[in-house]
Design a protein around this ligand. Sequence first.
Ligand SMILES: Nc1ncnc2c1ncn2[C@@H]1O[C@H](COP(=O)(O)OS(=O)(=O)O)[C@@H](OP(=O)(O)O)[C@H]1O
Ligand SMILES: Nc1ncnc2c1ncn2[C@@H]1O[C@H](COP(=O)(O)OP(=O)(O)O)[C@@H](O)[C@H]1O
Length: 197
Amino acid sequence: MSKNIVIHDYDITRSHRNKVNGHDSFVLWFTGLSGSGKSTIANKVEEELFYKGIHTYALDGDNIRSGINKGLGFTKEDRYENLRRIAEVAKLFVDSGVVTIAAFVSPLISDRDQVKEIVGHEDLIEIYVDTSLEECENRDVKGLYKKARAGEIKNFTGIDAPYEAPKNPHLQISTVDISIEMSVKQIIDYLEETRRI
Ligand SMILES: Nc1ncnc2c1ncn2[C@@H]1O[C@H](COP(=O)(O)OS(=O)(=O)O)[C@@H](OP(=O)(O)O)[C@H]1O
Ligand SMILES: Nc1ncnc2c1ncn2[C@@H]1O[C@H](COP(=O)(O)OP(=O)(O)O)[C@@H](O)[C@H]1O
């Protein structure tokens, strides 16, 4: 903290906002390869929560990499900074009382550990969208794997950049074995069972 910065405590806090909203606030953090299904599942989970009357907001590549993180690429250093800033934004959303949905490749354990440190371990639910590289490459939703294989994209996760799977995620979703609807149900059930919603 810079020495001339003095934090001002506001009287209205997260707990006031949670009380008015009628629910807790936390982050659902989706990690997985490109094309694994993060955005598809995150989108449906948000819809389900929203129509239950829960205040939600989704952070994703569109509103982050074309806005606050415009200019950051995919080197190890840029991904670190990308995820650090996203974590800081997510923390603000949680403080504002919102259930925050974040879907990012977030390939390194160390970067995800940092995200948990920033957000707060108790406020982050890690969801590993576990889809094999082979399946993601078969799907190749955006045609990026083809380009990465052809050497047109460098540092592509799973091809010439690493993906380190979470060792102990709160939830692990195998999109080859279960449908989108079942994945969403698995997440909503977990939130209800753990009394998050
Ligand atoms: N080199 C490389 N590696 C991985 N992904 C790439 C790359 N270049 C572009 N893209 C596209 O950017 C999306 C990943 O951005 P993220 O912000 O989630 O990445 S990271 O968490 O900082 O690693 C990712 O989106 P999703 O497919 O939705 O995961 C890709 O479409
Ligand atoms: N069970 C499943 N869960 C999620 N996505 C699935 C599943 N089966 C097939 N898909 C498809 O896989 C693709 C995943 O793309 P996307 O959600 O953009 O992935 P990501 O956000 O991880 O890059 C979509 O075209 C989706 O329809």
